[in-house]
Design a protein around this ligand. Structure first.
Ligand SMILES: C[S@@+](CC[C@H](N)C(=O)[O-])C[C@H]1O[C@@H](n2cnc3c(N)ncnc32)[C@H](O)[C@@H]1O
Length: 655
């Protein structure tokens, strides 16, 4: 498509400019202002790509052509007898035209509503196809990859039949020939690199704080033309929220998509903030000699952040010139800047909290709970997982909390039990939902309440809203902005964790965790129950099932162990009830594992030691120092163990 500032014709220039500085070891390429994604697609042959743009239609395209690596099989549609979704959409849209429906896009953008972006027929086609994709998605007939590919196919076909001169700033008052052609879907070119690639749709100034890449390419807008208003029609169709439209150009309220790079008084500071925060060894910036930030000022700015104070500059003459070029200084140039932000990758790794390689480019070995649950076992999984048997039929996670353990143990069925009903509601809500949809809902909520790292009032208002009407989605959003990202309720089950000022927010890291977690959860045959542990039905379990207990620890003081804040007191009575259940399971031939500490500070869990010794159960020591604030046990370590009624090598019952 024709896109203002597209670098389609500059790809080789960028490549040649960058190449001499590279070692050949680089693996990740971050395209922060991806637009049409031509730069991402070009470098995808060589690198894992992270692509980002604030506009959603650009993101949809990136999901399809940048993230995409797999053949799309359309299994769900095949089951319904649809083998070629593109032909199906084409054919059905013709029927739709005959049936004379009038949809939102026809009303908004065609002569039916007094507008001439599209002919009535093409607008009807868009109405039908866009809606049908949503239906397929909602009914789980297509996967997220299939959905994004088909949507990107539709979006990329639209500019070819748009009655405009290049952007949607206005429509023509007469029909351009190409607009009279019927809308046709053409397959997209998806370059496969069999690496992990990722698309984002957030403000790049936020994203750079969260990701590290070997190479970063920066191609911000450089003049006052706003992309959101110039491409509003595509953006609106991509989003498909059908908002009210205003004015002659029929534009939606695009305030939140306004880019500061196109605002004269903000451009320099915004660029400075970006360059300051970018975490990359190599950085290439595209700009124009005609840009809001003057070239000299730009070079000085970069020097301030360049590792060796060097900036390489390349000027490429525009093919178009100002109407009357009087002197050299009147000529327009594309500018390319290169600088080294950091000496080496290693320096970056130690500087930063999130390691991109782990977070984005390699599928994490274990899925992490989206909740920072007190006593969560994520950090122990490396040691725990090999101690569990294979081929489990039903895995029962009796004190499932954040679900860190259960979700990482393969089994035919999973039962997650926790007495905290709110937790279960949340996991049940996440089960079988599309992660992208949930993330979009979360972001809507964040916008609605203007939640930020500093807006305490907004947080408190939102917490009240949640406590009046608790629902799982809001609980997750609330946790995202809470102190230490923790879940905490008072005795009346009112959420009472305070605001996590300057720290907690729905970060990229959280988003990624949530995404990975949901993707995994969607594949499990999981059931959630809210019982006291003693009320679960253990009698139906047999030798291929497995029970994991991660109860409150008798001798440590976690938030959940003092009988308040929505958790039941854990004392010797509870502890003994648990031992009894474990003995019964052993008699039934069911294997179980118990997480606990045998000593903590100066205390010993004598009851547990006696119980284990008396029954000849197995103890495996684990190497883990709790450094969670509520444990305060950094100085005097704990003896963290996994107790099992089987040998952790042969997986045979011990007695
Ligand atoms: C010059 S264009 C990029 C062109 C792109 N390199 C290509 O070849 O197609 C700038 C892009 O930056 C996006 N943008 C503007 N402000 C942004 C921001 N704060 N964060 C992320 N993207 C932004 C615009 O939506 C636009 O697509």
């Amino acid at each position: 498509m024709r896109y203002i500032g597209s670098k389609n014709l500059l790809l080789d220039e960028i490549d040649n400019f960058l190449s001499p500085h590279l070692s050949g070891e680089e693996k990740t390429f971050l395209d922060l202002f991806a637009g049409t994604n031509v730069v991402s697609a070009f470098f995808k042959k060589r690198y894992s790509i992270i692509s980002n743009d604030i506009l959603y239609f650009s993101f949809v395209n990136a999901k399809a052509i940048i993230e995409g690596n797999d053949e799309l099989r359309y299994d769900g549609l095949l089951k319904k007898g649809i083998s070629d979704p593109v032909s199906f959409l084409e054919n059905e849209s013709l029927k739709y035209i005959e049936e004379n429906h009038v949809g939102y896009y026809e009303e908004s953008y065609s002569p039916t509503g007094g507008v001439m972006y599209f002919t009535v027929e093409n607008a009807k086609k868009i109405d039908y196809m866009r809606e049908q994709l949503e239906v397929w998605k909602d009914e789980f007939d297509i996967s997220s990859e299939e959905y994004h590919y088909l949507l990107a196919t539709l979006l990329s076909a639209i500019p070819y039949v748009s009655n405009i001169t290049g952007t949607y700033g206005a429509f023509l008052k007469h029909w351009d020939k190409r607009a009279l052609n019927p809308l046709v879907l053409r397959p997209l070119t998806v370059e496969k690199n069999f690496k992990s690639n990722k698309a984002y749709n957030i403000d790049s100034n936020e994203l750079v704080k969260e990701v590290i890449a070997d190479i970063t390419y920066i191609d911000t807008p450089y003049n006052s033309r706003q992309y959101a208003s110039n491409y509003h029609v595509l953006e609106n169709i991509a989003r498909h929220t059908k908002p009210p439209l205003k004015g002659k150009t029929k534009i939606f309220d695009w305030k939140e998509l306004r880019s500061d790079y196109s605002v004269k008084k903000n451009a320099y500071e915004t660029m400075k903030d970006l360059i300051k925060n970018v975490q990359s060894e190599h950085v290439v910036i595209s700009y124009s000699s005609d840009g809001i930030i003057e070239e000299d000022k730009f070079v000085e700015l970069i020097k301030g952040y360049s590792y060796d104070k060097e900036v390489k500059v390349k000027k490429i003459k525009y093919r178009k010139y100002k109407s009357k070029v009087k002197s050299e200084s009147d000529e327009l140039y594309e500018l390319l800047f290169y600088f080294k932000k950091s000496e080496t990758k290693t320096t970056l790794k130690t500087q930063k909290t999130i390691n991109t390689k782990e977070t984005w480019n390699l599928a994490p070995k274990f899925v992490k709970s989206p909740l920072n649950y007190i006593g969560g076992k994520y950090k122990l999984l490396n040691q725990l997982v090999p101690l569990f048997p294979n081929n489990i039929k039903t895995f029962v996670d009796v004190f499932s909390g954040g679900c860190n353990v259960g979700i990482n143990i393969p089994a035919k069925n999973h039962i997650f039990n926790d007495m905290n009903v709110r937790l279960n509601e949340l996991f049940e809500f996440l089960h079988y939902k599309n992660p992208d949809d949930v993330i979009a809902l979360i972001e809507n909520r964040i916008n609605e309440f203007q939640l930020t790292k500093t807006n305490c009032d907004g947080f408190l208002r939102f917490r009240d809203t949640y406590n009046e009407n608790p629902n799982p989605l809001d609980l997750y959003v609330l946790v995202s902005f809470s102190y230490n990202y923790q879940i905490r309720f008072n005795n009346n089950m009112k959420f009472n964790n305070p605001f996590g000022r300057d720290r907690s927010h729905f970060s990229m890291n959280m988003k990624q965790n949530l995404y990975n977690f949901m993707t995994k959860l969607n594949c499990l045959n999981a059931n959630f129950s809210t019982s006291f542990f003693e009320n679960l039905n253990y009698f139906e379990l047999s030798e291929n099932d497995f029970v994991y207990f991660d109860p409150p620890y008798l001798i440590t003081i976690g938030n959940y162990n003092d009988g308040n804040r929505g958790f039941r007191n854990w004392d010797e009575v509870e502890e003994k009830k648990l031992y009894k259940i474990m003995d019964i399971l052993t008699e039934q031939g069911v294997r179980w594992a118990l997480s606990n500490v045998l000593t903590h500070k100066e205390k010993e869990n004598k009851l547990l030691v006696d119980f284990v010794n008396a029954n000849g159960y197995n103890i495996t020591d684990l190497d883990y120092n709790y450094n969670n604030s509520s444990y305060n046990s950094k100085k005097k370590g704990s003896r963290e163990v996994l107790i099992t009624n089987y040998c952790t090598k042969t997986f045979e019952l011990t007695s």
